[in-house]
Design a protein around this ligand. Structure first.
Ligand SMILES: CCC/C=C/C(=O)SCCNC(=O)CCNC(=O)[C@H](O)C(C)(C)COP(=O)([O-])OP(=O)([O-])OC[C@H]1O[C@@H](n2cnc3c(N)ncnc32)[C@H](O)[C@@H]1OP(=O)([O-])[O-]
Ligand SMILES: NC(=O)C1=CN([C@@H]2O[C@H](COP(=O)(O)OP(=O)(O)OC[C@H]3O[C@@H](n4cnc5c(N)ncnc54)[C@H](OP(=O)(O)O)[C@@H]3O)[C@@H](O)[C@H]2O)C=CC1
Length: 282
């Protein structure tokens, strides 16, 4: 489906972290198909090479750079290379993330730190490296990938919920701090999306309800799961001039799953804990 003007992103440089797979790849393909020069960065060279081949095969002007977003020095180097090569960074998409199911009472500090370092520190490092260039060039756009309403609580994902809530705080704060430089900062919250990583993160190791994506689908008013292209289309809008007066928002792309659950559904909702029997009440 081609919803936007052809050439919408001509001559724009778009950097996407974690752009070789899943939702990030769909965003790279989408921005590239509307004319952007796309730079995808992540840790695994072979994944990047495969993604670059696929994108170039589709006619997208794609480059790749190996980078672990947890490493501030690596991030700075990569951003310098992008600016040397393309003269500007018009859009930064902070999409790289880590996640796995882990009950809070047994989650190790290292597990917690691993996810927070990728999602929250990674977002900080990338934005921090790019923004001086955006200020010099008179503006730009940062899009952080969060999740659908991280404040509502995600049992089994305390690390990701904390990290993504933190990213929301960065989004609103940066929107205020950098708005007068012409820099817009928004975030986008995909609903459950059965990417390979999403499937693993949501289901591996969970003893309670194995096909959790099926449950998520039943809880979604629009009756299906999100696709990577759903999020990519919303990203195209938010980073375009059509959204030139939008900053500091988190746009949920979730088919309505984050809407409050009607009280009649509570009994059958496996994501809501059963009421406890009051102590000593026979
Ligand atoms: C709610 C928001 C919705 C978001 C959805 C998404 O993001 S979907 C997109 C999701 N996309 C992705 O996730 C893609 C990227 N994912 C990855 O790169 C890896 O899965 C990674 C997250 C572990 C990072 O690797 P790394 O090499 O940096 O880490 P490491 O191997 O050194 O381990 C560090 C600690 O974590 C522990 N631990 C690790 N795995 C598991 C597990 N399955 N189970 C339990 N624990 C696990 C491990 O035991 C260790 O703790 P310990 O034992 O020392 O106390
Ligand atoms: N799928 C879902 O259900 C949901 C996903 N999201 C969010 O959407 C985004 C994309 O998720 P999805 O496409 O499913 O998952 P993927 O795992 O496919 O995407 C994550 C990407 O991040 C990269 N990455 C991970 N760690 C690092 C790191 N330290 N430095 C650089 N890159 C890194 C990975 O590449 P590499 O291994 O090469 O480094 C990978 O390409 C994430 O922000 C996720 O939190 C939000 C809600 C739901």
């Amino acid at each position: 489906m081609r919803c936007f003007a052809e050439g919408l992103y001509n001559s724009r440089t778009v950097v996407i972290t974690g752009g070789a797979t899943g939702i990030g790849f769909a965003m790279a393909r989408a921005f590239g198909s509307y004319g952007a020069q796309v730079v995808i960065v992540s840790r695994k060279e072979e994944r990047l090479a495969a993604a670059e081949r696929r994108l170039r095969g589709l006619g997208v002007e794609a480059e790749t750079m190996v980078c672990d977003v947890r490493d501030e020095a690596q991030v700075k180097r990569v951003v310098e290379q992008v600016v040397d090569r393309f003269a500007a960074v018009d859009v930064l998409v902070n999409n790289a993330a880590a996640n796995f199911w882990s009950p809070a009472e047994s989650m190790s500090a290292r597990s917690f730190r691993t996810v927070v370092e990728v999602d929250l520190y990674g977002t900080f490092h990338c934005a921090r490296a790019v923004v001086p260039h955006m200020i010099d060039q008179g503006g730009g756009c940062i899009l952080n990938v969060t999740t659908t309403d991280p404040h509502r609580g995600f049992p089994g994902f305390a690390h990701a919920a904390a990290a993504k809530s933190g990213v929301l705080g960065l989004t609103t704060t940066w929107a205020r701090e950098w708005g007068h430089h012409g820099i817009r900062v928004n975030s986008i919250g995909p609903g459950p999306t059965p990417t390979e990583a999403g499937l693993n993160g949501m289901t591996v190791g969970r003893p309670d309800h194995p096909p959790s994506f099926e449950i998520q689908m039943r809880r979604t008013p629009l009756g299906r799961l999100a696709t990577p292209d759903d999020t990519a289309s919303a990203a195209l809008f938010l980073c375009s001039d059509a959204a030139s007066f939008i900053t500091g928002v988190n746009l949920s792309v979730d088919g309505g799953i984050s809407l409050p659950v009607p009280s009649g559904d509570l009994q059958s909702d496996p994501f809501i804990a059963s009421p406890r029997t009051p102590q000593g009440d026979d």
